[in-house]
Design a protein around this ligand. Structure first.
Ligand SMILES: NC(=O)c1ccc[n+]([C@@H]2O[C@H](COP(=O)([O-])OP(=O)(O)OC[C@H]3O[C@@H](n4cnc5c(N)ncnc54)[C@H](OP(=O)(O)O)[C@@H]3O)[C@@H](O)[C@H]2O)c1
Length: 319
């Protein structure tokens, strides 16, 4: 019997982009359901991997939203037809995917495919990095890269937890909307700030991480979770160690194995459904237009999240 195929986006062998290919339809393993994917998001981390020539053949996609179409006989959480969203370790830019139930949550009726697809990686990163500092009421939190996917969730969640949030954006245009999301102060240059932050969420790397280490306050915490600038950091250690502050690395793809994200996803979806967390989708297109969306993200023109709608199946080279 011929193996059933589905369409997926795969990192091209010889250019910094993706192309459609036919891949075997997924079979659910123990604990997994098969999801008919309706929408996915594009994370900067995926863009970094697509832009790396070593990654020909890699299948991008950590976030997904869709409906359950089948399940392994031992699954208990989701029945066929349930709208779900969540995360996997890669390959969600496809029509169908097998995903562990522990990495999924139900989508509330009032939440769209696009909103649900935008939530997982960015929302979980914001939620879990903020948690690393303990209770945030009355504490000073600095969010670098606040105009982006993680940043816009982090500003809102920190404010919701009672923090005094300072947001950093690349320019006045990129700063638009951040005050409305809860930032008490929005700056476009880290040099405007004085040290004393209890928590700094840092993902730009390079000189921005150098600055973060000098801006953190006594016994404060810097969480480094990205390197958007792809630059090395010179450590001004005299600005750092006398404060007895901490620098902590964060890596979600390991974190969701150690602590499966279902409960956190349900929390994010609940906040979204209750109107307490705004999902800012700054770019949205059918997956046939993936190149346009990748270029918008490359050139820092997405305010919030970029989302692809998984539509009909353009025929790929193996189709
Ligand atoms: N460790 C983890 O588990 C984890 C999880 C999620 C994301 N990440 C990483 O965290 C970073 C943020 O993710 P995201 O999805 O929020 O990305 P994003 O939507 O692209 O947002 C990143 C923001 O960083 C700012 N930025 C500052 N310097 C930049 C530079 N040189 N190049 C590009 N952007 C720059 C940009 O804001 P302005 O244009 O306003 O400056 C941009 O809006 C990425 O590096 C991503 O790979 C890591």
């Amino acid at each position: 019997m011929a193996t059933r195929k589905v369409t997926a986006l795969v990192r091209a062998a010889n250019r910094d982009s993706v192309e459609f290919r036919q891949v075997p339809a997924p079979e659910p393993a123990a604990g997994q359901v098969v999801v008919r994917v309706r929408a996915v998001s594009v994370n900067r981390g995926e863009l970094h991997r697509i832009d790396d020539p070593a990654n020909g053949g890699w299948r991008p996609g950590w976030d997904l939203a869709g409906e359950v179409v089948a399940g392994h006989r031992d699954t208990t959480e989701f029945t066929v037809g349930t709208r779900v969203f969540g995360m996997c370790q890669g390959g969600s830019w496809t029509q169908e995917l097998a995903v562990a139930e522990s990495s999924l949550a139900a989508i509330p009726d009032t939440v769209s495919w696009q909103q649900a697809a935008a939530l997982p990686a960015a929302g979980l990163t914001a939620l879990r990095t903020l948690r690393m500092a303990g209770p945030l009421a009355g504490r000073a939190v600095l969010v670098v890269g606040a105009s982006g996917g993680v940043g816009r969730f982090a500003v809102q969640l920190a404010r919701r937890a009672g923090a005094e949030v300072t947001a950093v954006a690349g320019g006045p245009e990129r700063a638009a909307g951040l005050a409305a999301l809860g930032a008490a102060r929005v700056v476009t240059d880290l040099a405007e700030l004085r040290p004393g932050f209890d928590l700094v969420l840092e993902s730009a790397g390079g000189e921005s991480l150098t600055a973060a280490l000098s801006l953190v306050g006594h016994r404060g915490l810097v969480v480094s979770y990205g390197n958007s600038s792809r630059r090395d950091t010179v450590l001004s250690i005299n600005d750092f160690y006398p404060k007895q502050a901490r620098l902590h690395g964060f890596y979600l793809l390991d974190g969701i194995v150690e602590e499966p994200p279902a409960a956190d996803l349900a929390e994010l979806a609940g906040l979204c459904a209750a109107g307490e967390l705004s999902v800012e989708v700054g770019a949205e297109a059918d997956w046939a237009d993936v190149t346009t969306v990748l270029n918008l993200l490359r050139t820092r023109r997405v305010a919030g999240k970029a989302v692809l709608l998984v539509g009909s199946a353009p025929r790929g080279p193996d189709g």
